[in-house]
Design a protein around this ligand. Sequence first.
Ligand code: MF3
Ligand code: CO
Length: 252
Amino acid sequence: MIRIKTETELEKMRVSNRMTAEVLAAVAGRVAPGITTGELDRFAGEMIRDMGGTPAFLGYGGYPASICVSINEQVVHGIPGRRVISSGDVVSIDVGVKYDGFIGDCATTVLVDVDDREIIRLAAVTRAALAAGIDKAVVGGRLSDISHAVEKTVTAAGFSVVRDFVGHGIGRDMHEEPQVPNFGRPGRGPKLAHGMTIAIEPMVNQGGCEVEVMPDGWTVLTRDRRPSVHFEHTIAVLKTGPEILTCVKKKI
Ligand code: MF3
Ligand code: CO
């Protein structure tokens, strides 16, 4: 069952998601050669608690950290630790915050002194795919319109979407119905209605779409070990159009 949010609940989603976006921006701003992924995680955990929130990922299904940091061939769910960020790294940061009963979720990818033109294009295309998906999150449309828009943007650019992991409904729980795949034919699935809140999160590989999970049980890798990029926004489907909830600035 898809949980439709009331106006009060939407307001709470705005708060937790804005907090999440602020943490993500602060962590992304600290990504630089020499910092460890564990330091980024500690910084995020402290910032979340200072705001009065709790890290939504910590303990989720046994996940051991506050954020995910996924580097180069790592697609998502990289566990922070002793690894030192280097020049040339493709660093995906994923943050979740719970505040006042509602969860925010967003991710971005930072290119650390990357000058490989194809990787820069990969990141630009993934960002554009997320934007294309958000554009289809309109009342009266169908869920798979979002999926199709993401996939079309990616395949037209010659890259591939990960199929084994998907976006999701979000609210009181991090993963609510519906699942939001980054591929599929348009015009399928549930009708989009005012008050739905969903996380759209394209994971895009430079090479093939196949992925595997590392022995740590979390880290997802591309099978061909070529780089992958991930962007995520939590949005609300509203009569007035999609609202990006994981925004640092208020819409004017
Ligand atoms: N954005 C990711 C997701 O929606 C983050 C979850 S990490 C986990 O699945 F560890 F909490 F699972
Ligand atoms: Co998510």
